[in-house]
Design a protein around this ligand. Structure first.
Ligand code: IMP
Length: 195
């Protein structure tokens, strides 16, 4: 049994991680409350995830798992991208970020609203080694928020092939089965399972 500490304090993300990695012989520990959240100061998802994972290893001495996600919207030149959490400003709420996104896309035609979620997960070990995993989900941005499941940009993200339903209109199981984080986690599970 390997113990990993999670960098995230987001309960939705932690649940998604437990749902996939729970099948392995691993124990996933919550981030200790005395360890502060690490600022995402880097320019790429990979570097931010590594920064968070390394900070957790330094604070706990345990292997750590961190993820960083961005929403890349084609009509906005890839924004908000690595700045997705702070799109509408520092400490912006999910709703403020969604409203800013919809505001920037007013007048953008349905066929030009393509977007992509990307998640990078980094597992960092105390001996300095690390494992990186990527998951991508293609879709488009809806004109109005729909659905109550999930979090973040889920109410306005329509994944390809789901008959127009947003991620927030899918059950957690349906979302995990196709999501960027689900894909990154399953790829990671394969790598860890081989270790
Ligand atoms: P972070 O990985 O927590 O930094 O996430 C960056 C931004 O993307 C935040 O605004 C999150 O709410 C949002 N986000 C991350 N994962 C998802 C997801 O699975 N669905 C919708 N929004 C997400």
């Amino acid at each position: 049994m390997t113990r990993f500490v999670l960098a995230t304090a987001n309960v939705h993300k932690a649940e998604e991680m437990r749902a996939v990695l729970g099948a392995l012989d691993v124990e996933l520990l919550a981030r200790p409350p005395e360890v502060p959240e690490v600022a995402e100061t880097e320019d790429t998802l990979e570097a931010n995830a590594a920064l968070k994972a390394r900070a957790l290893v330094a604070a706990t001495g345990l292997p750590a798992i961190a993820d960083d996600t961005g929403l890349f919207v084609a009509a906005l030149g890839g924004r908000p991208g690595v700045r997705s959490a702070r799109y509408a400003g520092e400490n912006a709420s999910d709703e403020q970020n969604v409203q800013k996104l919809l505001g920037e896309l007013v007048g953008v035609a349905d066929l030009e609203r393509q977007a992509q979620f990307r998640t990078v997960i980094v597992v960092a070990y105390p001996d300095g080694q690390s494992v990186t995993s990527l998951g991508i989900l293609d879709g488009y941005i809806a004109r109005n928020p729909r659905g109550i499941e999930g979090f973040g940009y889920d109410p306005v993200f329509v994944p390809e092939g789901r008959e127009g339903r947003t991620l927030a209109e899918l059950t957690p199981e349906e979302k995990n089965a196709l999501s960027h984080r689900g894909k990154a986690l399953r790829a990671l599970a394969v790598t860890l399972g081989r270790a």
